[in-house]
Design a protein around this ligand. Structure first.
Ligand SMILES: Cc1cc2nc3c(=O)[nH]c(=O)nc-3n(C[C@H](O)[C@H](O)[C@H](O)COP(=O)(O)O)c2cc1C
Length: 239
């Protein structure tokens, strides 16, 4: 990409806009973030993200699609209630949320704060994100609260982190991701690195969730940062 490339100019402009938002960032416990689960494989990433945000004291508005409820049963033996209040109680108890820290919204709750640019909160992550939801956001459809909230984040220049899951990716998927990256979204595929020597599935999940938290500006120590704790060379410490 040349320095004159319009896409590069847009990305630099967006980075600047996000930096100014970052510098004004409130402590984690004063922040409000939206998390959405959609019906892609990888709900363990979304649940771990929710757990970490609540543990950090962040106020979370949670949205999930009907397909996410199916995936929750399939992947985690978890029944996500359709009633938002019931869901807030269930997940709040599970992760030790304080009173009022976790709100769950129905998929067509247009009265929810993040449906409007006047009250978008501090950012949003869709984790995991289906190709369907990704395409709808890239097309500006705003036909569900998840799509509308993402649309609001983009127009209000708030961090929007998408964790898209599909393999392989078609040209349609890739073009939709490029459209969203150009509009300012962070495309963060669940592609864990192996240089931190993961020992379990939880380690792999944490690698991805750590990067999502970094992009949302929430302090985390889930995975050692490269250069902070030097990885031992192969064979070191073996007796
Ligand atoms: C168990 C299961 C796994 C799925 N995995 C994916 C996936 O990894 N990526 C994807 O784009 N769609 C996946 N789908 C299909 C989506 O759930 C489907 O396209 C749905 O309409 C998406 O709706 P949503 O974006 O509103 O959640 C999966 C469906 C099921 C039941």
């Amino acid at each position: 990409m040349s320095a004159q490339d319009p896409a590069e100019r847009e990305l630099s402009r967006r980075a600047g806009a996000q930096d100014s938002h970052v510098s004004a960032r409130a402590p984690a416990e004063q922040r409000r973030l939206t998390v959405a689960f959609t019906g892609a494989s990888g709900l363990p990433y979304g649940l771990r993200l929710l757990e970490c945000l609540l543990a950090a004291g962040v106020r979370v508005d949670l949205l999930y699609s009907a397909a996410a409820q199916i995936v929750a049963r399939q992947e985690c033996d978890l029944t996500l209630p359709t009633q938002p209040r019931e869901a807030a109680r269930l997940l709040g108890d599970r992760y030790g949320a304080r009173e009022g820290q976790l709100l769950v919204h129905a998929r067509d709750d247009w009265l929810a704060p993040m449906a409007s640019g006047s009250n978008p909160g501090d950012g949003m992550a869709i984790c995991p994100c289906t190709m369907g939801t990704l395409g709808a956001i890239a097309g500006g459809l705003a036909d569900s609260l998840i799509e509308r909230a993402a649309d609001v984040m983009l127009k209000e220049r708030r961090p929007l982190v998408l964790v898209p899951r599909e393999t392989p990716l078609s040209a349609i998927h890739l073009e939709n991701m490029l459209t969203l990256a150009r509009a300012g979204a962070v495309i963060l595929p669940p592609a864990p690195g192996f240089y931190a020597r993961p020992r379990s599935v939880s380690d792999l999940v944490d690698f991805v969730v750590a990067r999502v938290l970094d992009h949302l500006g929430v302090p985390q120590t889930l995975v050692p940062r490269w250069g902070d704790a030097r990885a031992a060379p192969p064979g070191a410490g073996r007796t």
